[in-house]
Ligand binder design. Structure first.
Ligand SMILES: [Zn+2]
Length: 430
């Protein structure tokens, strides 16, 4: 949602805004007509500053990394300044998408369909740091699982930040860390899989990180097969080969205590700007959310009195009826004089946040019975909005028309090829 006004910047002698335009089509038209008029300023929902509209870009309220770039029209986009867009990418969205629970549910949802005509890449899931690696060469060993259960080892010198991400922390540039070495041990015996696993690993690790294969045969022609060049790599390879088979893998994981909190706040602001427009952006509560968004210390954020609940584990969901496997569900509903937004990700993690406490802002836009949207991220498609009453379908949401539409999307993919060609007990799809 764009917010346009005339010559109103404080400090330039202009008056406060008198005319707001929040309707998308009209706003776009105005921008097209007026071009880069110097006095044409827009307020950024994330920082609250007036800026020239030419400094604005499209922001995905639900990030692309989580399948938020839905087709063909995207109802969850707003205009934010370039500075905020790039800062959010590194410090908010990037960190959230690379937190291991979200990374792993994302890879899980992505492995539901297969396009035999495309260069498919299924990224590996993150398991943690191997505690049985001796670290004699000063490296740690991060362990990942490929789509057919492939073992993927990444040896590198430890990152300076806390180890709470799947891979390199998104705010540290690749040039500032040891690229390390990756080893891939394929598990599937169907020759269709090694290139898919390899491409997934290639997309996951930095370009300069060499990827070696532990057991390329009999498919060694389908992916690159570089030779080990250093004694360090040889020692790492020997250690992998010495691992006993069929035993539990000891790995360690860490989590930020305020996991996902700032992402949820950003989501609340973006959704408020998208659904309620300019009056929300200039509202008092939106200012409180902004303050929380840029506050790094969890204890300082807690003092701002923002209502909601950060992402919880599946068995702690307060509203499990909105959990649809592999899908995201967005719910917006007025509750006791507050407009609340619920975001359920991958049917696994649920967070809730107050968007506004000013009923005038939403009474003409959000009906009392609320609104829901459901997104199938692996397919970049969504269904909605529907009212919560329709979603609930007399207490049987699983048989609602909405659910049938979602199931049709989820079933539209081509099943995965078998992992093994000779083992009749292997399921045909994951
Ligand atoms: Zn901004």
């Amino acid at each position: 949602m764009r917010l346009i006004r005339g010559n109103t910047k404080i400090g330039r002698g202009g008056s406060r805004p008198t005319c707001w335009t929040t309707e998308i089509g009209r706003a776009s038209q105005l921008i097209a007509t007026l071009g880069r008029r110097k006095d044409l300023d827009v307020i950024c929902p994330y920082c609250g500053y007036d800026k020239d509209c030419a400094l604005f870009t499209d922001e995905h309220v639900l990030p692309r990394a989580l399948g938020g770039n839905v087709q063909p029209t995207n109802p969850f986009r707003c205009r934010v300044c370039k500075d905020c867009n790039s800062a959010c990418g590194r410090w908010i969205d990037g960190r959230f998408a690379k937190s291991w629970p979200i990374h792993n549910w994302k890879t899980d949802a992505a492995r539901r369909t297969y396009d035999p005509n495309a260069e498919v890449a299924f990224p590996p899931s993150y398991i943690g740091t191997r505690s049985d690696w001796n670290q004699a060469d000063g490296t740690i060993c991060e362990f990942w699982l490929g789509p057919t259960g492939d073992h993927i080892y990444h040896f590198h010198e430890p990152y300076t930040d806390a180890d709470v991400f799947a891979g390199r922390p998104p705010h540290i540039p690749a040039t500032k860390v040891d690229p390390g070495t990756v080893f891939v041990a394929f598990v599937g015996t169907n020759p269709v899989w090694p290139p898919i696993v390899y491409r997934g690993a290639r997309e996951t690790f930095d370009e300069v990180t060499p990827i070696h294969l532990v057991n390329a045969a009999p498919h060694r022609d389908s992916v690159p097969y570089p030779a080990l060049t250093t004694s360090r790599q040889q020692a790492q390879y020997n250690w992998i080969k010495s691992r006993p088979e069929g035993v539990m893998v000891p790995a360690q994981l860490a989590m930020d205590v305020d996991w996902g909190e700032r992402f949820l706040i950003k989501f609340g602001i973006g959704l408020g700007a998208t659904l309620l427009g300019g009056n929300f952006v200039t509202s008092q509560h939106s200012g409180v959310l902004r303050k929380a968004l840029w506050e790094r210390k969890p204890e300082s954020r807690a003092q701002l009195g923002i209502r909601g609940s950060a992402f919880l584990a599946r068995d702690e969901m307060q509203m499990p009826m909105f959990a649809i496997p592999q899908c995201h569900t967005i719910v917006v509903m007025p509750v006791q004089g507050r407009l609340m937004a619920l975001l359920n990700l991958y049917g696994r993690h649920e967070g809730m946040i107050q968007i506004s406490d000013d009923q005038q802002l939403w009474e003409c836009l959000i009906p009392e019975e609320g609104r829901t949207w459901t997104i199938a991220p692996a397919f970049r498609r969504f269904v909605g909005p529907v009212s919560i009453i329709d979603f609930m379908n007399n207490g049987e949401p699983e048989t609602s028309p909405l659910r049938k539409q979602i199931d049709a999307i989820l079933d539209s993919g081509v099943p995965l090829p078998p992992y093994h060609l000779t083992d009749p007990t292997e399921p045909k799809s994951a």
